[in-house]
Design a protein around this ligand. Structure first.
Ligand code: KIV
Ligand code: ZN
Length: 533
């Protein structure tokens, strides 16, 4: 049996081929129905990807909307280490717009694509192959007029005729493309076939050595990660992937799965990369929170059960030697080994240390506030898990500087009705109370908020997750509000789902208010009483 790369050791990087990790969470990932992110959320994700060691961040599709343009532009200015990439179709307008959005990037890349399969050319583009071939040269030349780093993709590459694919790839490289991507756009290929495509194209295209080849796999048949690794065996040295595998339809290859496969099976996959794997869990949680896409419990690497052992036989084996049932350490992906350590007897020092372990560094005031909330939680809840603490601190950070706070809430729920809520909000230090009925307790609470903080925002999403298990689990509520073309998402956490709901709604209103004031700064007056967002 091959020897197991179990611990945190990083195999010798220079002894192996380096693969470039290209993250497209903010572009292909954001194309998942319902996964749209706000500008601030995208910036937060981009900063984390950069810190985690991603080589290329595909930040969006600048021509798609004003919002996409703005986010690519802001990410281009923010990111200092990774290349920042903007997507463009084979049109000069698209390419020029992408170039415009990338101004200010330390390492800008334009990624331009065109369909090359018979099906796509005939029905989607309604063009002859020779016309498409001419487009390839024209689009790459146009992109090269703007930047040196140009990626060209053969959309629906895995269903493209080999001769034509080779001609297109040769033309793209001749025109100056530095990366050639052969995507499995519809998740149709299988590992052997995908490997063979890369081997053949690299052998047959005379100038193939002048470009880096890239894999981009969709998961329609659940083969995205397997196909990705096969493409690398076939000679590709760039991997396109997304956090949590989000993306069009069934999604893309999951970054965390690809990276941990490379790391864990370095004996048969000898390719290095720069990803700081202990940050994978945080990245997963962040993307899940900002998209409100939950991570399935049994998801590889970052699912909550990925390092949980339930059966007696497995627990017994684990206690004797962790390698009996774990092929990676939890720490190597950012999951702390023990999750039952914090309780009501824990002190400030242990709390601070625990937060540091979970990757949080809070200032003194925020730490003190978070500690008070932790003590309160520990009094009400038997066990405080790591996830509870993360929810609590995320909530605390999200509330820093807030103008509206939930001061008190009581609710009448149940079958007798009418369901009603009495809510006291602390608004800029002054308390106001309102009582309202509703179609259920959550509706009653939201009606109270409406009365106390009049606004025109529309509730787009209301989602409840149990952060940990058991009836005393902390509830984490996500709320998305939309107003005047602006969307914001916010979370609230509390063992009481209704309190968490109120907190989440208020946090979202707070964010909307900040956005409104940012766009109309003349309304920012110290001590203003009106908090209408
Ligand atoms: O799946 C695909 O083909 C794409 C291209 C734009 C690269 O996402
Ligand atoms: Zn794709």
């Amino acid at each position: 049996m091959a020897s197991q790369q179990h611990m945190n050791e990083t195999p010798e990087a220079d002894a192996r081929d380096r693969v470039i990790i290209f993250d497209t969470t903010l572009r292909d990932g954001e194309q998942s129905p319902g996964a749209s992110m706000t500008l601030d959320e995208k910036l937060e994700v981009a900063a984390l990807l950069d810190e985690m060691g991603v080589d290329v961040i595909e930040a969006g599709f600048p021509i798609a909307s004003e919002g996409d343009f703005e986010s690519v532009s802001a990410i281009a200015k923010l990111v200092k280490n990774a290349s920042v990439c903007g997507l463009a179709r084979a049109s000069f307008k698209d390419i020029d717009r992408a170039a415009e959005a990338l101004k200010g990037a330390v390492r800008p890349r334009i990624h331009t694509f065109v369909s090359t399969s018979p099906l796509h050319m005939k029905y989607k583009l309604q063009k002859e192959p020779e016309e498409v071939l001419a487009m390839v040269t024209a689009q790459v030349l146009r992109a090269r007029n703007h930047v040196e780093d140009v990626e060209w993709s053969a959309e629906d590459g895995t269903r493209t005729e080999m001769d034509f694919l080779c001609r297109c790839v040769e033309a793209a490289i001749r025109a100056g493309a530095t990366t050639i991507n052969i995507p499995d756009t519809v998740g149709y290929t299988v590992p052997d076939e995908y490997e063979h495509i890369f081997r053949t194209v690299r052998e047959r295209v005379p100038n193939a050595d002048k470009a880096i080849f890239s894999v981009h796999c969709h998961n329609d048949l659940g083969l995205a990660v397997a196909n990705t690794l096969a493409g690398v065996r076939g000679g590709a040295r760039q991997i396109e992937c997304t956090i949590n595998g989000i993306g069009e339809r069934a999604g893309n290859a999951a970054l965390e799965e690809v990276v941990m496969a490379l790391r864990t099976r370095a004996d048969v996959l000898p390719y290095s990369n720069r990803i700081e794997t202990p940050m994978l869990m945080r990245a997963s949680k962040l993307v899940s929170a900002v998209t409100s896409f939950p991570v399935q419990y049994n998801k590889a690497i970052v699912g909550r059960n990925a390092f949980a052992h339930e059966s007696g036989i497995h627990q017994d084996g684990m206690l004797k030697n962790a390698q009996t049932y774990e092929i990676m350490t939890p720490e190597s992906v950012g999951v702390s080994k023990t999750s039952l350590v914090m309780g009501k007897h824990s002190g400030r020092h242990a709390f601070k240390e625990k937060l540091r372990e979970l990757g949080y560094t809070l200032g003194d005031n925020a730490l003190e506030d978070a500690f008070k909330r932790f003590k309160d939680l520990a009094d009400r809840k038997k066990i405080v898990y790591d996830e509870d603490l993360e929810a609590l601190v995320d909530d605390e950070i999200g509330h820093a500087g807030e103008r509206i706070k939930v001061a008190a809430l009581s609710v009448i729920a149940g079958t007798l009705g009418p369901q009603s809520a009495t809510l006291t909000l602390d608004i800029d230090g002054k308390q106001s109370t309102h009582h309202s009925t509703g179609n259920g307790p959550v509706d009653a609470i939201f009606n109270c908020i409406h009365a106390l903080v009049p606004h025109t925002a529309v509730l787009e999403l209301y989602q409840v997750h149990a952060v940990t298990e058991g009836t005393d689990a902390q509830a984490e509520v996500s709320v998305r509000l939309h107003e005047d073309g602006r969307s914001v998402t916010a979370k609230g956490a509390d063992p009481d789902t209704l309190v968490a709901s109120a907190r989440a709604y208020i946090a979202a209103l707070d964010k909307l208010m900040v956005k409104r004031l940012r766009s109309r700064p003349e309304e920012i007056e110290p001590g203003v009483r009106s908090v209408t967002p």
